[in-house]
Design a protein around this ligand. Structure first.
Ligand code: AGP
Length: 608
C-alpha cells in the first residue's frame, strides 16, 4: 500500500524524502512524488513508475531546494497509475500539498460538492478532495482547516500536509492507516512505517486514530479533533533495519496473513452504503444479468480456487449455470462462448499470461468480461469490460493470502448483488447476507488470535511426507487452497480430494500415520464428512478436523480439531482459509523454507 514520508529540519528535504521512500519500496507502489517548500511556494515533482524515475528527474533531490517537505509512493486505488494521479496532490491554488495512505470513501460526494462551488479538480484520485477541502476551509490556520476537513471525510487515512503560508509547520493525521512521527534533534519526521526514518532516529510517536500532529523543527504537538492537546509517550525502536521492512514480522507472508481483516474490510466497506451493496465498478445492467445463459470463470492457481468457491456460491444464489476452468485449459478446449456468457476473470497481479490470454480468447468469442483484480491499471484490468478491484494493497509474498481473501469478499459482494437484482433472494436474505459480510473481518481477527493452536499442530507434523486435504462442496474448494498453500512454501507433497471421491482409488495411499486435514464446516454435509473421516482413520490416518465452533461432535472422530467462528455457509470459506494459511506458514517456517520467495515460483507468472 502507499508509503508516506515527511521532513522538517535544517537539511535539504528532497534527498531525505527520496531516501525515506526507498525504504518503503517493499510496500509495493506504481508511482511516487515529493513536495518541498522552496522559500516562495510548494515545489512539486511526481512520476509514474519506479522511484528511480523520480530520483533521476530530481538528480537525487539536488534539483529541489528547501528544508520542509513530504513524499509518497502510491499504490493506486482510485485512478490509474499516472503522473497526475501521483501524490502529493495539491489544492487549486497550490497552497496545500497532501500525501495520503488509505481510502476516502465519500470522496465522490465531496468532489461533486466542491465542483458545484467552482473548484477545478485535476486528478481522478480520492486524495485530491482532501487538498481541495483544506483550501476551501482555510482561513489562516492550518489546524482549524484540517479539523473541518476531518469532520467531513469518511474512510481510512494517514495524511501528511504542508502549506506554503506556514513553511515552518508539518502536519500529520491518522485514522485507520498507520503513521508515525520520528523525533530528531532540531528536526522531525513523519512516515507510514519505521524503515523510512530508522537511519535518522529510533525515537517515535505512534499516532492514534483521530489524532493530528503539528510538527515544527523543535516541537511535536498532538491534538484530538476537539483541538485538545494529547500527551504522547515516545517509543524507542530497537528493530534491526531488515526486520523493520516487514513491520516486525519475520516474513511478508506472516504480515499479509495478519493484514487480512483490514484488507477484507477495505474491500467490503466502500461497497456497502446505506445497507445496500453498491458496485459502481460495473456497468452490467439487471437486464443483461437476466439475459445471461452462463457464467464462465477463468483463473490460475489460488485465483482458480476462488473460482471453484464462486461456482458453488453463484449457482446457489443466482441460479445461473457456472463453469470454472484453469485459464491454460480454457483457451485450448474450444469453449462455447457468446454474448450471453459472462466471463469472470480472477487475478491478483492482473498480469498472469495464461489468464490474460484466456480473457482475450473470451472477448474474441463475444463474451463480456468482468475481472476481479488487485493491481489497479494492470493488463487484465485494462482489457476487461468491468473491473472490481480488491483493495488488499500490494502483496509481496509469492504465496497469496490477503489477495485471495479479498477476492472471496468480492465474490460474495457480486453474488449477493446479482441475486438481489435477479430476485433470487428475498429482501430479508439480502439484509442478512450484508450483515454477515460486514461481520467477516472481525471473525477473521478472532481466528488470528488463536493462531498458536495451529502452530502447535504444525510443530507435530512439519516433517510429514504426504498430507491430504479432504472436504465436500465448499470445503472441497477450500481443500484445494489449503493443499496448494502447503505445497508452495513447504515443498511437502499434498493432495486435495473431494472426500466422497477418496474411496474410488486414492484411499489406497492412506496408511499408518498419513496426515489428513478434514474440512467439515458445511453442516448439511457433516455426517457424510464424518463417514469419510472414519474411512481414513480405519486405515491409520491422523486427522486434523476443521469445523465451526458450535460443533461438538467432531472431537469423537478426529485426533486434533481447530474451530472457526460460525457464519452463513457461503461465507465460511473466508474463515476456513485462515487456519489453512497458518498451517502452511508454520510448517514451512519450522522447515526453514524460504517462505516469501519459494523455489521455482514467481509472484506473477507472466509466461505461458
Ligand atoms: C498462489 O499462492 C500462487 N502464488 C499462484 O497460484 C497464483 O495464485 C497464480 O499464479 C495466479 O496469480 P494471479 O492471481 O496474479 O493471476
Amino acid at each position: 500500500m502507499c508509503g508516506i514520508v515527511g521532513y522538517i529540519g535544517e537539511e535539504q528535504a528532497a534527498p531525505l524524502l527520496l531516501q525515506g521512500l526507498e525504504k518503503l519500496e517493499y510496500r509495493g507502489y506504481d508511482s511516487a512524488g515529493v513536495a518541498v517548500y522552496n522559500g516562495e511556494r510548494l515545489d512539486v515533482a511526481k512520476a509514474k513508475g519506479r522511484l528511480k524515475v523520480l530520483n533521476n528527474l530530481l538528480d537525487g533531490g539536488k534539483k529541489m531546494q528547501g528544508t520542509i517537505g513530504i513524499g509518497h509512493t502510491r499504490w493506486a486505488t482510485h485512478g490509474k497509475p499516472s503522473d497526475i494521479n501521483s501524490h502529493p496532490q495539491t489544492s487549486v491554488s497550490g497552497k496545500f500539498a497532501v500525501v495520503h495512505n488509505g481510502i476516502i470513501e465519500n470522496y465522490r460526494a465531496l468532489k461533486d460538492h466542491l465542483i458545484r462551488r467552482g473548484v477545478n479538480f485535476t486528478s481522478e484520485t480520492d486524495t485530491e478532495v482532501v487538498a481541495q477541502l483544506l483550501e476551501y476551509y482555510y482561513r489562516g490556520d492550518v489546524l482549524d482547516a484540517l479539523i473541518k476537513v476531518l469532520q467531513r471525510v469518511e474512510g481510512s487515512y494517514a495524511l501528511g500536509v504542508i502549506c506554503e503560508d506556514h513553511p515552518d509547520e508539518l502536519y500529520a493525521v491518522r485514522k485507520d492507516s498507520p503513521l508515525i512521527i520520528g523525533i530528531g534533534n532540531g528536526e522531525n519526521f513523519i512516515a507510514s512505517d519505521v524503515p523510512a526514518i530508522l537511519s535518522k532516529t529510533r525515537e517515535i510517536y505512534r499516532l492514534a486514530d483521530n489524532e493530528i500532529a503539528k510538527i515544527t523543527r523543535m516541537a511535536v504537538t498532538v491534538y484530538d479533533l476537539d483541538k485538545e492537546i494529547v500527551s504522547k509517550e515516545p517509543v524507542h525502536i530497537d528493530w534491526d533495519v531488515s526486520a523493520a521492512e516487514k513491520g516486525g514480522y519475520e516474513h511478508f507472508m506472516a504480515k499479509e496473513i495478519m493484514e487480512q481483516p483490514k484488507a477484507v474490510r477495505d474491500t467490503i466497506s466502500p461497497r456497502i452504503l446505506g445497507g445496500r451493496i453498491v458496485l459502481d465498478d460495473i456497468t452490467l445492467t439487471p437486464e443483461q444479468l437476466k439475459g445471461l445463459r452462463r457464467i464462465e470463470i477463468v483463473a490460475c492457481g489460488s485465483a482458480y480456487h476462488v473460482g471453484v468457491v464462486a461456482k458453488y456460491i453463484l449457482e446457489k444464489m443466482t441460479k445461473i449455470p457456472v463453469e470454472v476452468d484453469v485459464a491454460s485449459e480454457f483457451r485450448y478446449r474450444t469453449p462455447i462462448i457468446d454474448d450471453k456468457v459472462l466471463v469472470l476473470v480472477v487475478s491478483q497481479s492482473g498480469e498472469t499470461a495464461d489468464t490474460l490470454a484466456a480473457l482475450r480468447e473470451a472477448k474474441r468469442l463475444g463474451a463480456r468480461v468482468l475481472s476481479i483484480v488487485n493491481v489497479v491499471g494492470s493488463s487484465i484490468a485494462a482489457e476487461s469490460d468491468d473491473v472490481i478491484y480488491t483493495w488488499a494493497g500490494p502483496e509481496i509474498a509469492v504465496a497469496t493470502t490477503k489477495a485471495y481473501s479479498t477476492q472471496l469478499a468480492v465474490v460474495y459482494l457480486l453474488a449477493v448483488y446479482m441475486a438481489q437484482a435477479l430476485g433470487t433472494i428475498s429482501d430479508q436474505e439480502y439484509t442478512d447476507y450484508i450483515a454477515q459480510l460486514e461481520a467477516l473481518p472481525d471473525k477473521i481477527e478472532t481466528i488470528l488470535q488463536h493462531k498458536e493452536n495451529i502452530q502447535y499442530f504444525a510443530s507435530k507434523y512439519f516433517n510429514a511426507k504426504d498430507i491430504f486435504f479432504i472436504g465436500r462442496n465448499l470445503d472441497y474448494a477450500m481443500s484445494l487452497e489449503g493443499s496448494l498453500k502447503l505445497k508452495e512454501i513447504s515443498y511437502i507433497h499434498s493432495e486435495a480430494y473431494a472426500a466422497g471421491e477418496l474411496k474410488h482409488g486414492t484411499i489406497s495411499l492412506i496408511e499408518d500415520g498419513t496426515l489428513v486435514v478434514a474440512l467439515a464446516t458445511q453442516k448439511h454435509l457433516f455426517d457424510k464428512m464424518m463417514s469419510n473421516v472414519r474411512e481414513v482413520k480405519a486405515r491409520g490416518a491422523v486427522v486434523l478436523g476443521l469445523t465451526t465452533d458450535d460443533c461438538t461432535e467432531i472431537e469423537k472422530e478426529t485426533d486434533f480439531t481447530f474451530k472457526i467462528p460460525q457464519a452463513c455457509d457461503i461465507m465460511l470459506p473466508s474463515l476456513a482459509v485462515v487456519p489453512l494459511q497458518l498451517f502452511a506458514y508454520y510448517v514451512a517456517s519450522m522447515k526453514g523454507c524460504d517462505i516469501d520467495k519459494p523455489r521455482n515460483l514467481a509472484k506473477s507468472v507472466t509466461v505461458e
